[in-house]
Design a protein around this ligand. Structure first.
Ligand SMILES: Nc1nc2c(ncn2[C@@H]2O[C@H](COP(=O)(O)OP(=O)(O)O)[C@@H](O)[C@H]2O)c(=O)[nH]1
Ligand SMILES: [Mg+2]
Length: 194
């Protein structure tokens, strides 16, 4: 199982020249603004606020790199889909993602974080397509699972799998960053790929 200690923030990359590539595997986390991406990363790493929770959306169009256990990189991609983001910022996001996913064959795993309560958005579908297009293994996370009624759980998992066209062998992990639900399962999925 992946050793999550120590976990350190190393770099915030706003352009291609700042990307970090070395021999260590890179796990890439994507998701819309406010889906709980930073919270999921903190939960996995057993840290309160290493990846900053609630950092104002629109001000963080950077890729944040964390070195985990000295052995694995986690990259926290800038969120998308925030309604009041200026056009220039959206364009910057697009260019950054284009440069980053051009290197997608180097990703050890893409982790697509979804809001477990809702049907994935068009941008979620686009993002999952970017991962699929670079041929890297993918895992999906249905976060905020603590907010679902029991009767919603199975149908929502099916809807997420169907909307994102996830193959049967792509793990879809119900997760609550708040309660720690799914932490072990997601760590196992990551550990199998790094
Ligand atoms: N109830 C609940 N709230 C969550 C969960 N994950 C994140 N949140 C909340 O959602 C908000 C956005 O979280 P953040 O990690 O900053 O999202 P990011 O923009 O995707 O990085 C914060 O108020 C979190 O406390 C979860 O699993 N359950
Ligand atoms: Mg965040």
């Amino acid at each position: 199982m992946l050793k999550t200690d120590p976990a350190v923030f190393v770099r915030s990359a706003g352009k291609k020249a700042d990307f970090l590539w070395d021999d260590r595997p890179l796990v890439v986390f994507a998701g819309k603004s406010n889906v709980g991406k930073s919270s999921v990363i903190n939960c996995l790493l057993g840290r309160k606020n290493l990846a900053r929770v609630g950092a104002s959306p629109g001000k963080t169009t950077n890729i944040n790199y964390f070195l985990v256990g000295g052995k694995v990189w986690f990259a926290d991609l800038p969120g998308y889909g925030y309604a009041r983001r200026p056009q220039a910022e959206i364009e910057r996001w697009g260019r950054l993602m284009e440069d980053f996913f051009a290197e997608g064959e180097r990703f050890a795993l893409g982790v697509q974080i979804l809001d477990g309560r809702h049907k994935p958005t068009e941008l979620d579908v686009m993002m999952a397509g970017l991962f699929a297009g670079c041929g890297c293994p993918i895992a999906a996370v249905a976060n905020k699972w603590d907010k679902l009624k029991k009767s919603e759980m199975e149908p929502n998992l099916a809807l997420i799998r169907q909307t994102l066209s996830l193959a049967d062998d792509v793990p879809l992990v119900p997760f609550s960053a708040e309660k720690g639900t799914g932490r072990e399962e997601l760590l196992r999925v990551i550990s199998a790929r790094v």
